[in-house]
Write a protein that binds this ligand. Structure first.
Ligand code: GDP
Length: 445
């Protein structure tokens, strides 16, 4: 149904030859296609416009890497910018559920998937975090909704607050709070009533419940397939109730996910989870990468982006190798190496999961090369001037003091870094001079 963005872009860029950098016109032409793709993915017009402008500024003048087309490069820039917008602060999927019993308020329109999501989330908190959960339905208008939650609770092995006929929602919320304290629950979840559309009565009710429960999290559950309506709903709920996050449901459907982008851009609230089906375990942490790929509408986006990234890194590495072969290894090169290692720091976790590799992960940890050390070392290099990075030998006491202070470290830490740099530079020099050109071989490998 949708034309693939990369196909579109390759058409545009076929006519272009590779130049040193992306020109303003190149970028403009490409972004026209991106804009259409965003609108087709149900991103709202103002959000699409803002986004395009942001990317335009970012992309113009960027160096074109050798082995990807300018079109592919623009796609990568767009992809990265999408992820940037989609990613909220904090860890995705993290909920504030300390200080038991922690109340979680679930709000949203009827049919959005609120009750289902309440149960899914309860199951997740129970299974993954070992929390003891109490769920309560406050939907006094629809007895069926209360029973639905009770049935789901039985299915997943989570307690629900007994139903008392004739009780109003605020009274139920109070009872849930008391019960949660007495029963030693870690979390209690309040599943509020929904309406077909937003009305004053609903808002006033949810407000009153909020004031009684004082929730740690207020999660809005919206149907991801409803696109702009979902964004509108989120704006309304946030203005009136104040939400801490969003759960987008029905993301297993064939929607293009544009609502996610508009949602983030308009409300500024993090999307914490996505619902991917009716089953109780069909709830996942929101992953910006996945949605970005979906918005751009291409199955090959990931490999494309990876290829562009690899090319960029390979070109950088090649430049570094060439410099090293000449016996040049300055602080910028060291920084690049440290950043590379930092990336591999993520591997430490991965290795820990692989059979037999746990020991190696431990060794890395013991050698002191953990992320923190690397980040500090990078921070010290960042505190150096351009000139200092190119010629670290000019670093005298006063400069050292400044750099250490600038990065919140001691001069002794800086000295350690400089020593490491000298050792590495020496090694590079030797390798560079080595007969048969070890460097050359390494470069060909
Ligand atoms: P509520 O009125 O907001 O409480 O909505 P419900 O929780 O009763 O959900 C309405 C319908 O949507 C039910 O049939 C659910 O099984 C279904 N549903 C909820 N979440 C999802 C989802 O992520 N994907 C799909 N495919 N269906 C969902």
């Amino acid at each position: 149904m949708f034309e693939n963005l990369s196909e579109r872009l390759s058409g545009v860029f076929d006519r272009l030859t590779k130049q040193g950098a992306l020109s303003e016109d190149d970028v403009k032409t490409a972004l026209r296609e991106v804009r259409v793709a965003l609108l087709e993915a149900d991103v709202s017009l103002p959000v699409a416009r803002d986004f395009i402008k942001r990317v335009q500024d970012q992309a113009t003048g960027q160096a074109v890497t050798k082995s990807v087309t300018p079109g592919q490069q623009v796609v990568k820039i767009v992809h990265d910018a999408l992820i940037d917008v989609l990613r909220g602060e904090g860890e995705p999927g993290a909920l504030k559920v300390d200080a038991p019993p922690a109340p979680i308020l679930m709000v949203g329109l009827q049919g959005g998937g609120k009750t289902t999501t309440t149960a899914k989330l309860a199951k997740r908190l129970k299974d993954r975090d070992g929390k003891k959960i109490l769920m309560a339905s406050l939907d006094v208008n629809r007895p069926a909704a209360m029973e639905q939650l009770a049935i789901l609770g039985m299915q997943i092995g989570v307690d629900t607050l007994p139903i008392v006929k004739g009780e109003d929602p605020v009274a139920i919320a109070k009872r849930a709070k008391t019960q949660a304290s007495l029963g030693g629950y870690d979390v209690y979840m309040l599943d509020t009533a929904g309406r077909l559309s937003i009305d004053e009565e609903l808002m006033a009710q949810v407000e009153a419940i909020r004031d009684v429960a004082n929730p740690r999290e207020t999660l809005l559950v919206v149907d991801g397939l409803t696109g702009q309506d979902a964004v509108h709903t989120a704006e309304n709920f946030d203005e009136r109730i104040g939400i801490t996050g969003v759960v987008l449901t029905r993301m297993d459907g064939d929607g293009r996910g544009g609502a996610a982008l508009s949602m983030r851009a308009v409300t500024g609230k993090p999307i914490k989870f996505v619902g991917l089906g009716e089953k109780m375990d069909a709830l996942e942490t929101f992953e910006p990468e996945r949605i970005a790929g979906r918005i751009l509408g291409m199955g090959d986006i990931v490999s494309l982006v990876e290829k562009a990234q690899e090319t960029l890194e390979a070109e950088q590495a090649e430049r570094m190798m060439k410099r090293m072969a000449k016996g040049q290894f300055n602080m910028n090169d060291l920084k690049m190496q440290l950043e590379q290692m930092l990336k591999m720091g993520g591997m430490e976790g991965m290795m820990g999961m692989m059979p037999g590799m746990g020991k190696m992960a431990k060794q890395i940890e013991e050698s002191g090369f953990d992320d923190k050390v690397l980040k500090r070392q990078i921070a010290m290099i960042q505190s150096m001037t351009k000139k200092e990075r190119a010629n670290p030998q000019i670093l005298q006491a006063s400069r050292k003091k400044r750099i250490a202070a600038g990065s919140g470290m001691d001069v002794s830490d800086l000295n350690k870094l400089l020593k490491m740099h000298r050792q590495m530079a020496d090694m590079m020099k030797k390798l560079g001079k080595g007969k048969g050109g070890m460097m050359k071989k390494a470069m060909q490998a």
